[in-house]
Design a protein around this ligand. Structure first.
Ligand code: NAP
Length: 293
């Protein structure tokens, strides 16, 4: 069984990006500039944005974070979005979700200029992805595809089952896996909470991607011998035996499933670390104007 090491792969990507940024700067080209907007004090979002800022700087990017109070109105936030859309120095930016309840996330995400939408959430980027056109692929599906590519997982003609149809993970990864290319060219089944016979469908998968949001949902009987298992879930569960009192687990019962899988992503250290690396890859593409010219 091969453990798919997302932590190491993400580190490799960051080093590749840092080398490319250093060579851009040597040639007199400005460093890529990633901005982030965060509204309110949600601790998980604060941690996540701080981590993005640190890793962007480590890759040689310019990083700017706009920290706005929870009481910011939708109009005020749209003003910041306009400013970032117009700022020629900013190559790409993200609006950290979730936003406070009084702000309509769709309105805000649709105001982001598609060519700066490095999270890939704007309908223009989603539509281009669905059509197989150049676009910013959202960070988590991008990271999953990158792991499959770098671990040379054979996907052509394989049965891929995706568990979960969210707009940020399940749905886009199912589209990408079914498209022409490598990785891709798989025969994809997308399962959700209304799927009948999910366990049997999952058990036929050569590649099983779990993005359900339920700790340990995928048990060994739902996995084919030799399958490649990608676990997207992240859950903090109580673990009185550990120093911190908690541990992170995924949507897959790792101990039991690892005995049947040919390759598997651990949690933590699998898909999770790939997310920020993917965001940096998208920002580098934005700086090089690879998608929109
Ligand atoms: P989500 O928006 O809650 O979507 C969950 C999906 O799973 C929905 O499509 C839902 O079906 C389906 N589902 C839920 N319970 C089910 C059941 N019992 N049987 C079949 N389908 C079921 O979640 P998400 O944002 O995609 O995230 C999924 C997990 O990945 C979470 O643990 C999240 O923390 C994690 N995550 C990790 C990363 C990372 O970087 N590693 C990034 C994003 C998310 P319906 O559509 O029918 O409701």
């Amino acid at each position: 069984m091969i453990l798919i090491d997302g932590k190491q792969t993400a580190e490799d990507i960051r080093l590749e990006i840092a080398r490319e940024v250093a060579s851009m700067i040597d040639k007199g080209i400005k460093a890529p500039h990633l901005a982030a907007v965060i509204v309110g004090e949600d601790p998980a979002s604060q941690t996540y944005v701080a981590s993005k800022e640190k890793q962007a700087k480590a890759a040689g990017f310019t990083s700017t974070v706009y920290r706005l109070p929870a009481a910011t109105t939708e109009q005020e936030l749209l003003g910041v979005i306009d400013f970032l859309n117009d700022d020629p120095d900013v190559d790409g930016y993200i609006v950290q979700l979730p936003l406070p309840g009084h702000i309509n996330s769709n309105t805000v995400l649709q105001a982001v200029a598609p060519e700066k939408d490095v999270d890939g959430f704007h309908p223009v980027n989603v539509g281009r992805m669905a059509l197989g056109l150049p676009c910013y692929v959202p960070a988590t599906p991008h990271g999953i595809m990158e792991l499959l590519r770098r671990y040379q997982v054979e996907t052509t003609g394989k049965k891929c089952v995706v568990l979960g149809r969210s707009h940020i993970v399940g749905s886009p990864v199912s589209i990408l896996m079914s498209q022409k290319g490598t990785p891709g060219d798989a025969t994809v089944t997308l399962c959700h909470s209304k799927t009948a016979g999910l366990a049997q469908i999952a058990a036929e998968a050569d590649i099983l991607i779990a993005a359900i949001g339920k700790p340990g949902f995928v048990t060994a009987d739902m996995v084919k011998e030799g399958a490649v298992v990608i676990d997207v879930g992240i859950h903090r569960i109580e673990a009185p035996d550990t120093k911190s009192g908690f541990r992170l687990v995924g949507d897959v019962d790792f101990e039991a499933v690892a005995k049947k899988a040919s390759m598997i992503t651990p949690v933590p250290g699998g898909v999770g670390p790939m997310t920020i690396a993917s965001l940096l890859q998208n920002t580098l593409k934005a700086a090089k104007k690879e998608i929109y010219g």
